[in-house]
Design a protein around this ligand. Sequence first.
Ligand SMILES: C[S@@+](CC[C@H](N)C(=O)[O-])C[C@H]1O[C@@H](n2cnc3c(N)ncnc32)[C@H](O)[C@@H]1O
Length: 215
Amino acid sequence: MEADFWLNRWQENKIGFHREDYHEKLLQYFPELSPQNGQKVLVPLCGKTKDMLWLLNMNLYVHGVELSRKAIDSFFIENNFDRPKETQDQDFTHFTHENLIISQGDFFKLNSGDQYDYIYDRAALVALPHEMRTRYSEVIENVLPTGGQYLLITFEYDQEKMEGPPFNVDANEVHRLFEKSFKIELKETMENVPEGPRLGELDKFKQKVYILTKK
Ligand SMILES: C[S@@+](CC[C@H](N)C(=O)[O-])C[C@H]1O[C@@H](n2cnc3c(N)ncnc32)[C@H](O)[C@@H]1O
């Protein structure tokens, strides 16, 4: 997906993926990772997800990465944050407020010098078409040290029945992308749980929750 596709989605307010509540699977599974105060979590392709607030409340350092300035501004305004500090480097504009940084720019430019204890991925991997996913998995792999954990939520449906995004990312695809460098644990499969208007119309739709641990 090209950057313009997403920037237009934000400009036109076509953001059906955004949820006003915390994701129930984040609340259910993230505590299993036993996060400690001051550890770092990366939220790739973060949009303006409220899940970052929940992660901040767990006393973690939270780093979101997002293309759209509008999404980032909306996050800070809608959640009543003071104006974030703005800094710039070659690839990103960073917006910092206490333990939160949201970096505006292309996730694929993330530097392997940045290392995290956790990654939380909801509607990020599934937002990318097949041809972008290997590169995405390489960035994920580069920024997690051995033992680092990746909470991943995927969608499975018949790709012939609907055009992505979000895309069908089945178990084979998760293994293709990650099994070389991660132990992959499927935690839960949810059948036909409604997830927005388009996915809600599919007759067979699954969501899966994985915890991946870097080898
Ligand atoms: C489907 S939305 C999901 C947002 C968020 N994870 C959530 O659950 O609400 C995907 C987001 O990724 C952003 N995005 C797409 N490609 C990106 C890239 N290469 N780098 C950074 N952000 C990107 C889009 O602007 C969009 O906000």
